[in-house]
Design a protein around this ligand. Structure first.
Ligand code: OFO
Length: 170
């Protein structure tokens, strides 16, 4: 049976993961609207990964004989202008998710829940990868963003992202 404090913070994390999916889908729709199909595809794939992140938490709570508790998902902030501004928004968002994952790790340590502490390592590693990937795109956009032909190639590159279901591996 899972400790109540740990259960609550894991449920809150499920909500954040599904909010992330909403946010990326809102971005995907915007990119599609302005004709950047590759950017739209990339953010849509990211949304699917965020759903996977939420589902892994869902399965984990159930596996620990805990209760899944759904809260309302916020409306995503859809103040979108151009690719660099959106990717900077993504970077800030992912940094905030990293810090909430860190809070899950600290809480599980404080509560001596070593199973959750071990489980959450997968998310810690995932956040390092996500921040690094997003930052790479930001660097390219900063360097070449005003060059439309480079933007065209970057759109093609991002359009090649493949979705493979995220699974928890220990
Ligand atoms: Fe779930 O990693 Fe992004 O938010």
């Amino acid at each position: 049976m899972i400790n109540k404090k740990v259960e609550d913070i894991l449920n809150a994390q499920i909500n954040k993961e599904f909010y992330s999916a909403y946010l990326y889908l809102a971005m995907s729709a915007y990119f599609d609207e302005i004709g950047l199909k590759g950017f739209s595809h990339w953010t849509k794939v990211q949304a699917r990964e965020e759903v996977d992140h939420g589902m892994i938490l869902f399965d984990y709570i159930i596996a620990r004989n805990g209760n899944v508790d759904f809260k309302q998902i916020d409306i995503p902030d859809a103040d979108f202008h151009e690719p660099l501004q959106i990717f900077e928004k993504i970077y800030e968002h992912e940094k905030s998710v990293t810090s909430s994952i860190d809070s899950v790790a600290s809480m599980s340590e404080d509560e001596c829940d070593l199973a959750t502490r071990n489980f959450i390592d997968w998310y810690i590693a995932e956040q390092v990868e996500e921040e690094a990937t997003v930052y790479e795109v930001i660097k390219k956009l900063k360097m070449f963003g005003s060059d439309k032909s480079i933007l065209y190639h970057l759109d093609k590159e991002l359009g090649g992202r493949e979705y493979s279901p995220h699974k928890y591996e220990n």
